[in-house]
Each structure stands twice: as C-alpha cells, then as structure tokens.
Design a protein around this ligand. Sequence first.
Ligand code: B12
Ligand code: SF4
Length: 557
Amino acid sequence: MARNFKMKKRSSRRKMPAKEVAGYPIVLTASRAEISQYGGDPFRAFLCTFPEMLSRRALNGYLFENDPTDGPVRFAPYGLRKVEAILANEFGDQNVIVSHPDSLSQVIGKNTRLLCISTMDPIGLAYVSTTYNSLIGFGGESLNAAEFKNLLNDPAIRGHDPKIMVGGAGVWQIRDAGLQDELHVNVLFHGEGEEDLVPVVRAMLNNKPVERYYNASQPDKNQVPLIKHAATYGSVEITRGCGRGCAFCSPTNRRKHSFPLEHIMKEVKVNVDGGSKSIFTVTEDMFLYKSHPKFIPNTPEVVKLYKTIASYPGVEHILLSHASLAPIIHDPHLLEELTPILLEKSYWTPEGGYKQRFVTAEVGIETGSVRLMNKHMQGKALPFSVDRWPELVCQGIGLMNDHDWWPLCTIMTGQPDETEEDVKATLDLIDDLRAQNAKMFYTPVLFIPLEDAMLGKAKRSNLESLTEMQWMVLTKCWKNNIDFWQPEKAWLYYPMFFLSHWFYARWKHGKKATKPMMHLSGFQEDSLALSLLKKLDLSREIMKEKASTTIDILRRR
Ligand code: B12
Ligand code: SF4
C-alpha cells in the first residue's frame, strides 16, 4: 500500500550552521512528536495520533519544549536512550550523540556515518492513529506521521546523506506502507537492540551488507545496559516482556523479567540528575514486577519498589504506564499499601485542573466477551479464569476506584472473528460499569494487526466494515467519558456531535452510525426521539434508493 509521501519545505525554526560542521559519527534522534515531553504529561502525547490540522494546533506550544541546543538533547525517548547506551559503550561516548530534530544541522557533518531514528508510530498505522484519523476523516495525516516525514526531510540529512537506520516498535509500518526506499532508509531494525545492534552498526559502518528489514534476536536480561542520560518523563523500565500471551499484542513476545531494584534506582538517579522531576515506570503491567508463578503479585516487592522511588530526593511525581486487574483482586492489600505512596506523588491533582487527586494507569479491558477472551486472551485474567472476565473487570475497576485509581482503559472492537454476541457482551460490560458509576477514561480502538503479534496476519478492521453495534461501542465509551470527565461541557459536545453527524459524519460513515452518534449527542438509547430520527434516516435512505432507481429507468428509456 504505497502512499504519497511528498517531502515538505523545511521548517523555519531549524538553525542553519554558520560553517561546515564536522559532526558526530553516529547521530541518534526521533521526530518532534515522539521526542517532546508535553509539559510532563505522557497522555498528552496521544494527541499526536490525531489529524495534524487539529493536533498541531493543540500541541504547538509543546513541540519545541526541549529547546534546540547545539549539543545533546536533554530528554529523549527511553528506547533511544537504550540504543545510545548500547552504541556509546561499544563505539565510545565521544562518537555518539542524541540530538533534538531541530538541531541536526549542528551535529550532522562530514564525519557523520550513521543516523539512527527511533519511532513508535511513523506512518500513523497503530491503533489510536488509525481509529481516530478515519473517524475524524479530515485534517490530514496524524501528527506522528507528519513529523516523521519532516524529520527525514531535514536539509542536514539530505545534504550529508548518512546511512539511515530506523528502529523501535513502529518500524513495521514503514515496510507495510512500502516507503523504505522513498524515505531513503537503509535498514529497518525490528526488535530489541541489546543483542544484535552492535554487529549491525559495525557492518553498516564498514559498508558490509545488512538485511534491509533486520529481525533482531532476543537479548539476555544481563545484556540490558543502564541509560546514560535522562529519558522523557523520567522513564525507567521496571520489567520487560509480559507472558500473558494475548494474540493481538507485540510486547508479549519479549522475554519476561524484572530488573533488579539497584538497576532501577541507578536509572532513577540518571533521570533526576538530568533534570527530570518525574519518574515514569515503564512496564507491560506494574504488578508483573517480581511476580510469582501464575502472575500472583509480589506485594511486598512492588510496595518496596515504589516506596524507594518515591523517597528518592528530587522525585516529585510518579507516573505509571500499564497495570492489570487480576492481581489487585487476588491481593486486596496491594492497592491498600501502594495507594498512599502513589497518591502523594500523583501528577493528576486539583491544582492541575482535575476534580481531585487520583492515580492512573493504562488497563486493557479489550472486550466483554468471554468467548473472545478464551480464544485470544486466555492469560489476561490469571490467576483467575477468563470465564469470569466481565465480573473481574467490574470488581477490579471497583477496587481501583475505592482507592482513588481512575484508570485509562482500552476497549477493542473489530477483532477478526468478533460476532454480534461478542459486541453485545462488550456493550453490556460498558453498561455494567456505568451502573456502578465507574470512574475511568475509555479509549475505544479498532483492531489493528501488529506485525509480530499472533494475529499479525489477520484482517485489519476499519470504520466502513463496522456494524451499528460496533459503532455503538465507540460512541458509548465516549459518551461515558464526557459524562464523567466533563459533564459541565455536555451542552457544547452534544449539539456538536448532533450537527457534525447530520452535516458531515453521516455522509462519510453512512446511516449505521446514526443511532450511535445520536446516543453520543445525548439521546437515550431507547428514547422515542432516537427511534424517530432513525426512522427518518431510514426513510431518507429508501427515498434516495427509489430516486436513483427512477433515474436509472428514465436513463434506460
Ligand atoms: C512507554 C510507552 C509510551 C510512552 C513513551 C515514553 C517515552 N517517550 O519514552 C507514551 C505514553 C508517551 C507512549 C505513547 C504512544 N505509544 Co507507546 N508504548 C510505551 C511502552 C509501554 C514502552 C516503550 C518502552 O520504552 N519500552 C522499553 C524500551 C527499552 O523498548 P523499546 O522502546 O522498544 O526500545 C528497544 C527496541 O525497540 C530498540 N529500538 C528502539 N529505538 C530504536 C532505534 C534504533 C535506530 C534501533 C536500531 C533500535 C531501536 O532498541 C531498544 C532496546 O532494546 C510500549 C510497549 C512496549 N513494551 O514496548 C508502548 C508502545 C511502544 N506504544 C505504542 C504506541 C502505538 C504509542 C502511541 C502511538 C499511541 C497509541 N497507542 O496508538 C503513542 C505515541 C505518541 C507520541 N507521539 O509519543 C505501541 C507501538 C505499536 C506498534 N508496534 O506499532 C506500543 C508497542 C504499545 C502497544 N502494544 O500498542 N508510549
Ligand atoms: S496483558 Fe497486555 S502486555 Fe500482556 S500480553 Fe496481554 S495485551 Fe500484551
């Protein structure tokens, strides 16, 4: 699926070197969208998955936050920091630099042999980008994609023509989009860097052949180096891999292990010394940390970990990436002991404009269907059976809410073999959560086959193929988000969705979106008004069909 990927003119904010610079042999970078740290709020970064026209406006103040310098960037994505450590340990600190994309002209020069770029979503083909770009349907490609293109268009790169290697979770997108040649990328490095990166770089520097799409072997846990400089949001990996084995997931393929506390604290120090006020614990599930067999949580070790991080001088906030529900149901003491530590270090507070202080982490609910859970996500509920999934979800979210945890939850629809019964089960689960006044933020997404996931070859879902009920999953989630997070703005959102449906979305997405969109516009699902609107929609459809048949008949005459 080759795409039109025309290069734009260079941004006026880029500095031009006064004279020819020597440059560093190995330069590392990421796009503005992925290297910025958005005032310290990682959830703001998700806006980069929205169309450029909307997200650039919303984020513009943040995209240049790492003020361009002539030297190394202050904060960089954690994966890129690992790559920096791997390469600097081998080729010498003086030969490797991580640069902000706006400063490339200061660090790429005649000595530069290799440019390494890290990316999670270069073409905007991951879950959130795909879902919301097609849903909104105007405003261009995602900011992630636009900024990745801008990066490769940098005059310093074009002028000096170093070899280019791209790595990180999103490399498959460049291959799938058929853009490797057009972007002049010599090597797409897929997988972890600790085992194979050095030989690959050595081969590239020596002009030896390297596979264009390089699949890296898995490293041993002892090979993972400490980062040398601060990562965005103060990221520190506490575990790698997962092992629950969900069929749509890629990180589950990594070898599962927890990093020793000493290793973690050394990286906390690097981040704090580098100026970070927060520590972001990177993991597939924070309760995997030193967990026992069958994913039974190791409460004392988890509590010790967060206590130690929280008491490190200079750590003002602790941010969490992912968490799962089963461990907190298995051990009710887990949240009891952990919450006071995390609540005190929360980034989400009334001073920041929120209703109250709360803790948040990303939780994967994905579906309410026990059948789909059994088929694709059997390990997700361990140590419990997935046969109780909807009940476990309600119980887990309830426990979280009791302890002031307001999770961000993903719900996925359009899975390859999702039936109407499966979708109904998901809608029922969302209703049950609403009935218990769940405090949470839903991120509904379409199923996307990530390359190295077990379902990597499955059919990609899209809005055109969604049924009315699948649409309802998307809109119900957003209705709940409005009603919980911004009920005072409902008067603005409801008419906005109503008008956008009748003047735009209905034309773009068809009549199956009508009932769901009217629900999102504030109509009760079973209200008379909604069924009248649906009927009106249906009769318009019939009239349109009749008109086109009449035109056909007249034409034939
Ligand atoms: C932390 C995190 C974030 C943080 C980023 C923090 C940061 N800047 O450091 C936040 C919350 C901001 C974030 C946002 C998004 N994320 Co994210 N994120 C993660 C998470 C949980 C951990 C990433 C991490 O640091 N891992 C640890 C490091 C060591 O691993 P790594 O980054 O993969 O790096 C290694 C290799 O990839 C490789 N490598 C990395 N870079 C390079 C570069 C070169 C040149 C080479 C050779 C090698 C190389 O070497 C490294 C060491 O082994 C992963 C899940 C996961 N486990 O990977 C998802 C993940 C990477 N995110 C993902 C996505 C899609 C996003 C979003 C686009 C939103 C979305 N879900 O649609 C946004 C992007 C917004 C933006 N513009 O920044 C997806 C990528 C999917 C895919 N395969 O295409 C993942 C895999 C989650 C998932 N399963 O959906 N994310
Ligand atoms: S629980 Fe999460 S990280 Fe683990 S395999 Fe499932 S989706 Fe992947």
